[in-house]
Design a protein around this ligand. Structure first.
Ligand code: FE2
Length: 194
């Protein structure tokens, strides 16, 4: 029989070719926020919102992310003249053993993450099934439409964007190198507190 896959969960990805090494150096030095915050991270460093810090490398990087984001927004075919861009963003540095608990991103449309430094075993991004099938845990399948979770192994310089309502977590970093990522939430421009 023919099958239709309804209500799918889009996940976009792209390897960016730009050189962000100057920005990465500042991130490693925690130049934008020395103290950090405790949000979803179990150990490691997570900065507060750094969206509006006046730094040329940071703002150029956010502009590159925003440009890539706009092609994703176009694919969403949103009705009405509504405009979206990066609303808040932060840096994550997971050292060996650090991970991020299961969470989602409220008050946001899409969420993205860019990986500055990531090794093969420094923590997969785990996307959890969003619908009620997750309660039927005895059903196991080889068909990816019936998976309970999907593990994404991000690559260095990759940008991943997914719906903010999609619950996710980050597995522990099993390497001796820090896992460095930059995450952001996408909001309607009218909702930004500029
Ligand atoms: Fe997250």
């Amino acid at each position: 029989m023919e099958v239709s896959t309804l209500f799918s969960t889009p996940v976009w990805s792209k390897i960016l070719s730009e050189d962000f090494s100057a920005l990465l150096k500042k991130i490693i030095e925690k130049k934008f926020d020395q103290t950090g915050a405790l949000i979803s991270n179990k150990g490691g460093y997570q900065s507060n919102n750094i969206r509006y810090i006046k730094d040329e490398d940071l703002q150029n990087f956010i502009s590159v992310l925003n440009r890539n984001l706009q092609s994703v927004i176009e694919q969403c075919e949103i009705l009405g003249n509504r405009k979206f861009e990066i609303g808040n963003c932060w840096v994550n540095i997971n050292e060996k053993g650090n991970s991020n608990d299961q969470h989602y991103h409220p008050n946001s449309f899409l969420t993205g993450v860019f990986y500055f430094e990531i090794e093969n075993d420094s923590g997969d991004l785990v996307l959890l099934r969003p619908d009620l099938m997750k309660h039927y845990t005895n059903i196991m399948s080889n068909n990816e439409n019936l998976f309970q979770l999907i593990k994404v192994k991000p690559k260095k310089n990759s940008l991943i964007i997914f719906p903010s309502w999609l619950e996710h977590k980050v597995e522990p970093n099993n390497t001796n190198k820090p896992r460095i990522s930059f995450a952001f939430n996408v909001k309607e421009i009218n909702d930004l507190n500029l």
